[in-house]
Design a protein around this ligand. Structure first.
Ligand SMILES: *[C@@H]1O[C@H](CO)[C@@H](O)[C@H](O)[C@H]1NC(C)=O
Ligand SMILES: *[C@@H]1O[C@H](CO)[C@@H](O)[C@H](O)[C@H]1NC(C)=O
Ligand SMILES: *[C@@H]1O[C@H](CO)[C@@H](O)[C@H](O)[C@H]1NC(C)=O
Length: 929
């Protein structure tokens, strides 16, 4: 081996300089492909616009109650395809295109959809020589024959077009052409099976078509080129959002002069922000949004995918379709182009029209997150690693000592016996059951990590059983694949095999998984899968899964198959009584049904703190609203200011966990100084005080699919200034949060949406902000700007205890903010906080309403019924009616009782103390002048 000494030393010097100057984490880009290094991306991106070879064969158009079907023909290759356009319930269309007679079956994604999507009635309204028009409810679809294009209308408005730019590419399966020079037998001459069946799509010219090399890795590609691609145009839209996971802004940026956004689940060491590179998860749903509407596209494909995006501001395409049709006024238009390595074209159009409608439509297809247990919404304390059971005991004790609530302690990989999952390191954890019991008697839980790689160690029963039963992912020659991960030599269970799922799920059973109880929950990491010595740190694409599918076809699904096993296993091991909790790093469409997600291995940098908001908002609108980021940053050490700001920000993300790398200093809330401890304690306590509101939102998410954390434009879709804002968020629709993402600042700019119709009240001072739009707001180290919207009622619990468990029966406080008309509304959901009994009606769901004189609580679901011990402790009414002297509460159990009303002139808040009514019953309170 030759030593490239100069470049070697330059690199070392560069690295040193970089780390000295910036102390920034830096990703090794050479480990990951660019589009140009990926043969299918290269080919798909090269397709020239407006020259599509695809046309619908008009004589083949047929239709039934819900589906329009036709053959599509590629003029260049002579290949035929079958196209189906199906109308689905709730303003959704599905376009499905596959080869009419492929050489062998092409992969179609399983498991992302939760059920068969429900079909809606479709009617042909016009059938002409070059197009056919169908309607479904208020929507219309036009299938254009030549050139092939699909236009979808909402009412009379064209909202999305497929193949309008003609970038569709569907590489038919073929046999490898045998070059004449190599083919000296000449038996095959003239046999069409042995030459390229349908030349003409140029795939053969690509050197990576039948074999692809990257660094030292070779992808054998026995099936050759099989990419699929399609462009989607969104007339009227200004921005595009979605297609997580990227450490980038929420509003997607133009890819005109960069690589496309990449969707390929990868373990990216020291990822950087403002990047379109792939990360741990891939959810191929895109939303295009403009002032008038939101339209989504869900690209149902699990292979490596690249997506080109052109937001309207960067779009100077020769007059867009609509501009052309609707006169000269330049309308905004977003362009996108999806390119996948294999599979078929199967795409769902989510016609909105509002942002929340589009989010709901996506979750109608892929499911919502089941209501989590209350404890999961509390504060989580993790580290790689809490060393032993004494360490765990001390950490728990310290939280009590400092009076900081904490629900869960986490154990990273070092809890295991040399990375053999399910087996405790007996020296460090000699009595795990007692350790768990000590936590649970204080109302806390434990989470342990279980990774999907299996140590190749013939003293490890799982390895032996997996080997004997053929449970591992295989090479093409049938041998077990072996890679390198935490345990060293490892193999990878094939979670696509139902037998493997059943086997591995069985390992979680309480009698199998020694040292755990139903209070121990699970963290699934490294499930991209991460393979330290694999191509791009993952599994080679030509490995074989159950059913003979190549890893290439199913890669982005792999992590979800794994977490579904865990979810089901936890459900089973509690006899179906407890709601499972699983944290995952890798994710795909549908992962919300089984797991909570975090943003992986971030760093203790201000920029990483800031990016946690757009990253969680992005995955949130893609169904996975239960998202958080490692508090303090995984790599490197935060200073006290960064840690404070991080806790204050993370207290308003759905999943709130501190976690850090093994080489970092301890950073529990008390490890800096008293002031830091106190401020972090306050941030965590505020989180706990809002848990009733969070919990209500999670229940509503389960029903409606609305994310719990929302970008501003979700509720202010017509307010252009909100479109690019991603350092603020709304919790539900009532709480506006704008954390401090910069060091040493004394004020930040807060954008108050609502154009003055909604106003916002500082939750600490109850002072109204009257200036709509961007406003400078002073901050101290103790404070970040958080506001409650006028016209809302937010339920809270003000008695903060060591965890959520002892707070279960605590009383509620209602914070009512009367709007300009003196009115407000809100909702509160209450159940047992842990079991599935709520699915059998054991809950109360209350509408809280204040009409200016009377505050009432009424059942939303009359059939539901749950006995809670919680009662109403206090009501604060901001902007109350004038001159209230007292109040009268009426309920069935209390009859009518008088309440004291106290008006505070300083903050204009009327307080009713100890109404005392049980929250499980209906009641009303009249204000009396
Ligand atoms: C309509 O045709 C499609 C495609 O052939 C088929 O999948 C679907 O089940 C049919 N629906 C009805 C209602 O017959
Ligand atoms: C459909 O095709 C006809 C010609 O057959 C054309 O006149 C008409 O404008 C087309 N309709 C649409 C919606 O493009
Ligand atoms: C559990 O708590 C008891 C009482 O504080 C303590 O003596 C024991 O060491 C703890 N056990 C473990 C495994 O932490």
């Amino acid at each position: 081996m030759t030593c490239h000494c100069i470049s070697f030393y330059t690199t070392i010097l560069g690295v040193l300089l970089l780390s000295l100057l910036y102390f920034a984490v830096a990703v090794d880009r050479t480990n990951f492909k660019t589009c140009d290094q990926s043969s299918f991306c290269r080919r798909c991106r090269k397709v020239k616009p407006n020259e599509t070879p695809y046309e619908v064969v008009s004589s083949t158009v047929i239709q039934n109650d819900s589906t329009l079907q036709a053959e599509l023909f590629n003029k260049d290759t002579g290949v035929s395809y079958l196209l189906q356009l199906t109308s689905l319930k709730d303003n959704i269309f599905r376009l499905h295109i596959n080869e009419k007679s492929p050489l062998h079956k092409r992969y179609e994604v399983e498991n992302a959809l939760q059920d068969h999507p429900r079909q809606a009635e479709l009617k042909i309204v016009e059938s002409l020589s070059n197009n056919v028009t169908v309607t479904s409810g208020p929507n219309k679809a036009v299938l254009h024959f030549s050139p092939f294009r699909v236009d979808l209308y909402s009412g009379d408005q064209l909202v999305v077009s497929a193949n309008a730019r003609g970038l569709m590419r569907f590489e038919h399966l073929r046999t490898k052409a045998v070059k004449q020079s190599e083919d000296n037998t000449d038996n095959n001459a003239g046999n069409p099976e042995e030459t390229a069946q349908y030349p003409g799509d140029g795939a053969e010219d690509d050197p990576g078509a039948w074999e692809e090399n990257f660094k030292s890795h070779q992808d054998s590609k026995p099936y050759g080129p099989e990419a699929v691609a399609m462009d989607f145009s969104f007339p009227g839209a200004e921005h595009a959002y979605g297609i997580p996971q990227h450490a980038d802004s929420l509003a997607l940026r133009s890819t005109k002069t960069t690589d496309p956004y990449r969707l390929y689940n990868l373990d990216v060491f020291e990822y950087e922000t403002n990047e379109k590179m792939a990360l741990y998860g891939s959810i191929p749903v895109l939303y295009a949004h403009g002032k008038e509407r939101t339209t989504g596209v869900f690209w149902h494909n699990a292979a490596e995918t690249w997506v080109d995006i052109l937001p309207s501001a960067d779009n100077n395409m020769v007059d867009s379709i609509v501009n052309f049709m609707s006169g000269n006024v330049k309308k905004p238009q977003v362009e996108s182009h999806f390119m996948s390595e294999s599979g078929i074209i199967d795409v769902f159009f989510l016609l909105g029209p509002k942002p929340l409608d589009a989010f709901r439509q996506y979750t109608l297809l892929t499911g919502t997150a089941p209501l989590p247990q209350m404890f999961t919404l509390g504060y989580h304390q993790s580290r790689w690693n809490y060393n032993d059971q004494e360490d765990v005991a001390q950490i728990a004790e310290k939280f009590d000592f400092y009076d900081i609530p904490m629900d869960v302690i986490w154990l990273d990989i070092e809890w295991t016996d040399s990375k053999k999952y399910f087996i405790w390191d007996a020296r460090k954890f000699s009595n795990p059951l007692e350790m768990v019991q000590n936590l649970t008697t204080k109302g806390r839980k434990l989470v342990v990590i279980i990774d999907p790689h299996i140590k190749r160690d013939n003293t490890y029963y799982i390895h032996n059983e997996a080997t004997a039963n053929n449970y591992y992912v295989k090479h093409t020659d049938g041998k077990d694949y072996e890679g390198w991960c935490w345990p060293g030599a490892s193999s990878y269970l094939d979670f696509f095999d139902p037998k493997v799922r059943e086997y591995f799920g069985g390992q979680y059973a309480l009698d199998k998984f020694q040292g755990t109880t139903n209070d121990v929950y699970i963290w699934n990491d490294m499930n991209e899968p991460s393979v330290f010595n694999g191509p791009e740190i993952t599994m080679p694409k030509d490995l074989i899964h159950y059913g003979g599918w190549e890893h290439r076809d199913v890669h982005n699904l792999n992590g979800m198959m794994y977490t579904q096993v865990t979810y089901d296993a936890l459900y089973k091991r509690s006899g179906g009584t407890l709601r499972p909790f699983v944290l995952t790093r890798a994710h795909f469409a549908g992962s919300q049904r089984s797991a909570t997600v975090w943003t992986g291995d971030n760093a203790a940098e201000w920029e990483h703190l800031r990016i946690s908001y757009p990253m969680c908002l992005s995955v949130g609108i893609a169904g996975m609203s239960f998202c958080g980021a490692d508090v303090g940053g995984f790599f490197k050490n935060p200073d006290s200011e960064l840690l404070i700001r991080w806790n204050q920000a993370a207290a308003w993300l759905a999943f709130f966990r501190q976690h850090s790398h093994i080489d970092t200093k301890r950073r529990e809330p008390w490890t800096f100084n008293d002031e830091t401890t106190q401020i972090i304690r306050d941030a965590i306590r505020i989180r706990y005080s809002y848990l009733p509101y969070w919990y209500t939102l999670f229940r509503e998410h389960e029903i409606s699919g609305y994310p719990v954390m929302r970008p501003l434009w979700a509720h202010y879709p017509g307010e252009t200034a909100t479109f690019a804002i991603d350092d603020h968020l709304l919790v539900g629709d009532a709480i506006l949060v704008r954390p401090v993402f910069e060091p040493s600042v004394t004020e930040v700019s807060v954008y108050f949406p609502g154009e003055g119709k909604d106003t916002w009240y500082d939750v600490d001072t109850m002072q109204e902000n009257k200036t709509p739009g961007a406003t400078r707001i002073p901050v101290t180290l103790h404070k970040i700007p958080v506001y409650q919207k006028s016209g809302t009622i937010v339920p809270r619990k003000m008695r903060i205890r060591r965890s959520t468990v002892p707070m279960k029966n605590d009383p509620y406080t209602l914070v009512v903010i009367a709007d300009a008309e003196g009115k407000a509304t809100g909702k509160l959901y209450i159940d047992d906080e842990s079991s599935f009994e709520y699915r059998h009606g054991k809950y109360v769901y209350l509408r809280l309403n204040f009409d200016g004189k009377m505050l009432s609580s009424r059942y939303i679901d009359n059939q539901a019924n749950f006995e809670t011990a919680s009662w109403l402790e206090r009501v604060d009414i901001a902007n109350p009616p004038k001159g209230v002297k007292s109040a009268k509460l009426t309920s069935q159990s209390l009859g009518t009782v008088n309440l004291e009303a106290k008006y505070n002139t300083n903050n204009n808040v009327l307080t009713l103390r100890k109404p005392g009514v049980n929250m499980g019953e209906e009641w009303f309170i009249e204000l009396i002048n």
